[in-house]
Each structure stands twice: as C-alpha cells, then as structure tokens.
Design a protein around this ligand. Structure first.
Ligand code: C5P
Length: 236
C-alpha cells in the first residue's frame, strides 16, 4: 500500500514569496508535502530546498529531467545529495535514461528519493502528438506504454492526470505510484487545466498523491483550502 498525501505546488517566483506563503501554515500540526518546480528552483536554487528541508517539509523536486543517460545520472546524484523526497524525469528519455537516473539517485547506503516519470504532459493533445511528434498512437496507449517503460526501469511510479490513474494501475499494478496534478474543487475555477477532477474522486480512481497549486496558493484562506483537500482526499 503506497503512502498517500496532498502535495502543494509552490509555484512562486522567489524564495521570499514562497516563505511568506508557508508562514501561514506555521501553527499547523500537519506539515504539508511541497512541490518545488522549475520556476522556484531556477529563481531560488538549491538554497530554498535546503531551507525548506531544514524547516521539516517533505519536498517533491519537479524538474522533469530529460537528457542523455550519463548527464541525467550525474544530475540526479547532485539532487540526491539535497535530500529531497521525490524527483522526476521524462519517460520519453527512454528506459536506459530512467535506469541511469535511478543509479545516480541511489546513495552509498542504498537509500534514495522516490523517482517517478512524466508520461505525456497533460497539456499535450493527441492531435499534437500525431502531427508534431509523429506518434501514431492514442494518448492512453502512449501513457500505458510509457508507464510500463518506467516500471521496467525500476521507477516508483508516474505523474499523470487523475483521470489516467486507473489505467496506470491496471497496466502496472496497484503498488506503482500515481502522482496527479489537475485537481480542482467542484466549485472552483478550472484555470488552464483541462483533464481535472476533485480530491475525493481522485482518491476513488487511484491517485496516491494529489498535486494542488492554485486552488490552495490563490485561495483567500490557503490553510482552509489545504485542510479541505486533506479531508476530501485522505478522509481525515
Ligand atoms: O495550479 P495547479 O493546481 O494547476 O498546479 C498544478 C501543478 O502541477 C503545476 O506546478 C504544474 O506545473 C504541475 N503539472 C501539471 N500537469 C502535468 C505535470 C505537472 O499541472 N502534467
């Protein structure tokens, strides 16, 4: 049985903005699991990761590595030393690249952060896949195949839309983790997300971790919005 949690996407342009946001949670008993993506990492660097780890947060470092296997392996070694809890690569980098990522990530004592792969970005349509990438398969077949590749490479799971979690579990088994952005409350704005669902439904269809950004970060009361996600997704 995989751990389940709500991950807050900290999509901020500076360390100050991120820390000011997190101050709102300082009296909370439950420390949120945080996602640091390219925007915050490129703005604030490894220092923000170290600072948040020092404050006791778990970190999913969402940098979606995709390069030649040797480069990915070496980059992963650096990220592993940052003591993050979860990192990711693009499955499109091939099984060999994913295996290299895992090798680079594994520390001398055998421990390592969780490693997951992006299958097809939720922003990519079947039409764009066919016309621009010359991939002549359905989105679902592509996702199932990329998830199988990730499993074969020894990864822990994939990032996918919550609506694809069931397909991934059917293809790769229940222990293979699904980390799903594209979460909205039934009564809130969709923003630019298309294939979305709410936290309770995400739990039902097999998400292990939901990644929630704007419904929490842009809420008038972010702590209340986070607690609502925890209540609906984790049944707490
Ligand atoms: O604000 P929102 O809840 O839409 O944030 C979702 C987060 O998940 C963002 O950080 C976005 O980059 C990320 N993400 C996504 N879809 C993917 C992969 C990552 O929305 N396929």
């Amino acid at each position: 049985m995989n751990a389940k949690d709500v991950i807050i996407a900290c999509d901020f342009g500076s360390a100050e903005a991120c820390l000011a946001f997190l101050d709102k949670f300082k009296d909370e008993e439950r420390k949120p699991f945080l996602k640091i993506g390219m925007e915050l990492y490129y703005a604030a660097g490894p220092e923000i990761v170290k600072e948040l780890k020092k404050r006791g947060f778990k970190i999913f470092l969402d940098l979606k590595l995709h390069d030649i296997p040797n480069t990915v392996k070496k980059a992963m070694k650096v990220l592993s030393n940052l003591d993050v809890d979860m990192v990711n690569v693009h499955a499109a980098g091939t099984i060999e690249m994913m295996k290299a990522a895992k090798e680079g990530l594994t520390r001398e004592d055998g421990t390592r952060p969780l490693l997951i792969a992006v299958t097809q970005l939720t922003s990519t349509s079947e039409q764009a896949m066919r016309e621009q990438l010359l991939i002549d398969a359905t989105i679902n077949d592509t996702i199932a195949k990329y998830a199988q590749n990730a499993k074969e490479a020894g990864l822990d799971g994939v990032v996918c839309s919550p609506l694809e979690a069931e397909l991934v579990k059917k293809t790769c088994g229940n222990d293979f983790m699904t980390v799903t952005p594209g979460i909205r409350f039934a009564d809130s704005s969709k923003d630019d997300q298309v294939r979305i669902t709410d936290p309770a439904r995400a739990r039902e269809i097999g998400s292990d971790y939901i990644v929630v950004g704007r419904p929490i970060t842009a809420a008038t009361d972010p702590v209340a919005a986070y607690k609502r996600c925890v209540r609906d997704f984790l049944n707490l």
